[in-house]
Design a protein around this ligand. Structure first.
Ligand code: ATP
Ligand code: MG
Length: 248
């Protein structure tokens, strides 16, 4: 894997603070045809920090997540992970980075239907070359911690929505990523299961020291995270609302 480090400020900041931000996006622009999805976004996520991304439908939340995760190339701007520039790395390097340093939780699990819960949870480790026995043992350990003891051999079709999302969380965490990206991870769940699932995600991430970027439509869920970033028309909205909805 080959990354280039950006000369200048970032390197100095990193040396001075000793800890590089988990993720930095600078001047991110992304246009689909004539639709501008990101209109120049600057964002920094600290190591181990949990951030909610909220905003109206179509405001660019998923696009931002995909650009930060190196899934989607930006038209302009730079992305750094752990102080290393990743947006100019080739697809092979970005895909290795996604597999080793990032974890993903999507709205509806995206579990492999033919695999058991423990096999699904072990997948990133198996793909990364960890021995099968060790990967499965680690997956079972995470499933147990996420309250899924006894469900290890269930296939996704034999799990509830909330259970399937906890398998997805186990899968996102097992290889100890530095950043977990979650796009509407509770969007398909009822509000109570959604709250429990978000709590499980945040606790597990805190335990491993992973930063979390969660897109959610649910303001109550966003309020459970220490920081909220609001998107509007492809930009980060700097107008803040307090919990009573008062704009300042
Ligand atoms: N593959 C695509 N091709 C063309 N336009 C797209 C594509 N993906 C997204 N867009 C457009 O880019 C804009 C931002 O989309 P994005 O999916 O990032 O929004 P979002 O904030 O995640 O919305 P939602 O809350 O509905 O998921 C929208 O106007 C959308 O129509
Ligand atoms: Mg979206």
């Amino acid at each position: 894997m080959r990354f280039t480090t950006r000369p200048g400020a970032r390197a100095h900041e990193t040396v001075l603070s000793g800890v590089a931000p988990a993720l930095t996006g600078r001047g991110l622009v992304k246009t689909y045809g004539t639709q501008r999805a990101l209109g120049g976004v600057d964002i920094e996520i600290g190591a181990g920090e949990a951030v909610a991304v909220v905003g109206p439908s179509g405001s660019g939340k998923s696009t931002l997540l995909h650009v930060l995760a190196g899934i989607l190339p930006a038209d302009e701007g730079e992305v750094f992970a752990g102080g290393l520039r990743i947006d100019d790395a080739n697809e092979t390097a970005r895909s290795e980075l996604r597999r080793t340093r990032f974890g993903f939780v999507f709205q509806s699990g995206m579990l492999v239907a033919e695999l058991t819960a423990e096999e699904n949870a072990a997948l990133p480790q198996l793909l990364g070359g960890t021995a099968r026995g060790r990967a499965l043992a680690s997956a079972r350990d995470w499933l147990d911690r996420l309250g899924l003891a006894g469900k290890e051999k269930h296939r996704p079709g034999e799990l509830s929505g909330g259970e399937a999302q906890r398998v997805a969380i186990a899968r996102a965490l097992g290889h100890r990523p530095s950043v977990i990206f979650a796009d509407e991870p509770t969007g398909a769940l009822d509000s109570r299961t959604g709250r429990e699932t978000m709590r499980a995600l945040l606790d597990a991430a805190a335990e491993t020291g992973a930063a979390v970027v969660v897109v959610t439509h649910d303001r109550d869920l966003a309020a459970a995270l220490p920081r909220t970033v609001t998107m509007r028309d492809g930009r980060i909205d700097t107008v803040h609302e307090d919990s009573a909805g008062v704009v300042s």
